[in-house]
Design a protein around this ligand. Sequence first.
Ligand SMILES: Nc1nc2c(ncn2[C@@H]2O[C@H](COP(=O)(O)OP(=O)(O)OP(=O)(O)O)[C@@H](O)[C@H]2O)c(=O)[nH]1
Length: 496
Amino acid sequence: MIRCCSTFRRVASIRHLTTKSEQLQRALASRPTIYALATPPGKAGVAVVRVSGPHVFDVWKTIVRRNGKGKGKDIMEHARLIRCELLDANDGEVLDDGMAVFFQAPASYTTEDTIELHVHSSLAVLSRLMSSLSALPGVRQAERGEFTRRAFEAGRIDLTQAEALRDLIESETEVQRKWARKGVEGRAKVRYEAMRNDAILALATVEALIDFGEGEDIEEGAWDQARRRVSKLRANIAHHLSPSQRGEIYTSGLSLVIFGPPNAGKSSLLNHLAQREAAIVTPIPGTTRDVLEVALDIAGWRVKVHDTAGLRPSSDVVESIGVQRAGQAVEGADLAVCVLSLPELVNNGFRVPDMIGKHVTQETVALLNKVDAVDPAQLGEWLDFARMALPPGTPIWPISIQRGDGMSELSDGLAEVIKHRFHSEGDEPLITHARHRAHLEATLRFLDAFLALGVEDVVLAAEELRYAAKELSKVTGLIDVEDVLNAVFKEFCIGK
Ligand SMILES: Nc1nc2c(ncn2[C@@H]2O[C@H](COP(=O)(O)OP(=O)(O)OP(=O)(O)O)[C@@H](O)[C@H]2O)c(=O)[nH]1
């Protein structure tokens, strides 16, 4: 009896889903056609206006006239760029000549019928074209990201691919471009779908236990099997979340923090790297009061370089807040660069103040600046002393920002350190967005809650797994109900 009701419930819910999907199809067919300028606004050779939706044929028929031919559908050939005149829909006047291409559904970015109109990028041409498009029935201007949203809603891409497309458009460096491409290709999607699939398979096992009970119709040891699957999934997600798997540096960039005592040359270094006067430089110790950020491209990486206040005890309220912020910035840095003044070290007997020394590790790049201001005959000896004052193995680079000593080696050296420390060629999909991390952390909590339960709490356990699968669905933007049903029917011989 219970079995019948359960099966009935499942079939009813599938029907419900089918009805919903038909409704969705109808809704898609009746939605507005959207248009937008796909290139940056401004004066240029060419601008591309994209139009997508159910009224594309009417748009083409009304405003596209192939050179030497008439208007109409007969000249709409999939993915073929044609020379044409573009007409104003209101009065038929030729507003520009250009090119047009038609992409037949579903072989388009949005999966809808789509056209792209190439015109001269002029304010007057574009505004006339836009108002002409707006005048057509069922056509309106697209909202932000609406073309991509339609591609997502049609299942052409998942959320991680949509995010990667946004990253690609915003990429400024080679590493960002490479990683965005990996996302667009669907590497993250495949990984998260596999995780979600594991959660669903475990859920299917547990749901079968609820419906039929251990030993009846389903395999022996189903509960243990589900637990094993969940433990494995948990380990996989925990590994994915580990610090070594941080992929945000590839998309958002890595943070390089310059720190050290006041007056050592930190701001001078920032200005040198930025090749402009980004920070104020004076001989007055304590000039920099707050953290200053400049984004640079170093060896293809997006590097957010931070200049910080000189680390020293201070009774000045503003300076002490700056010092505190500097300390926090160093702690959170992907790469810490300590700037010390060699003459200053010589004067104070090579003592590195604790406030600075505690942040120096073998991972820190230590720059001994102002070598121009010490006796060249003693430079070798002073460098040996300085080396002894820092943790063994700390890389030490003597430089003079002012005179230029060691500065070209420094730029190449930093690029090498970054390339060596943060490989950009790995094939494993890493976490590239904080949103993914948040969902994975939530998933882990649900999996832990599941693992803390016993078979007597099977209903609760199923609930925890359902939440876990839902969290994973949120990463890719999928809905999970139908998949659970499929997995139940596929994995077990039920419903005979
Ligand atoms: N002789 C010499 N002076 C330098 C060199 N680099 C910087 N300076 C000078 O050192 C002083 C301090 O430079 P900054 O770049 O402001 O030093 P800072 O570490 O940012 O200083 P704070 O703002 O106090 O933290 C300025 O007068 C610079 O011109 C160098 O290589 N040699």
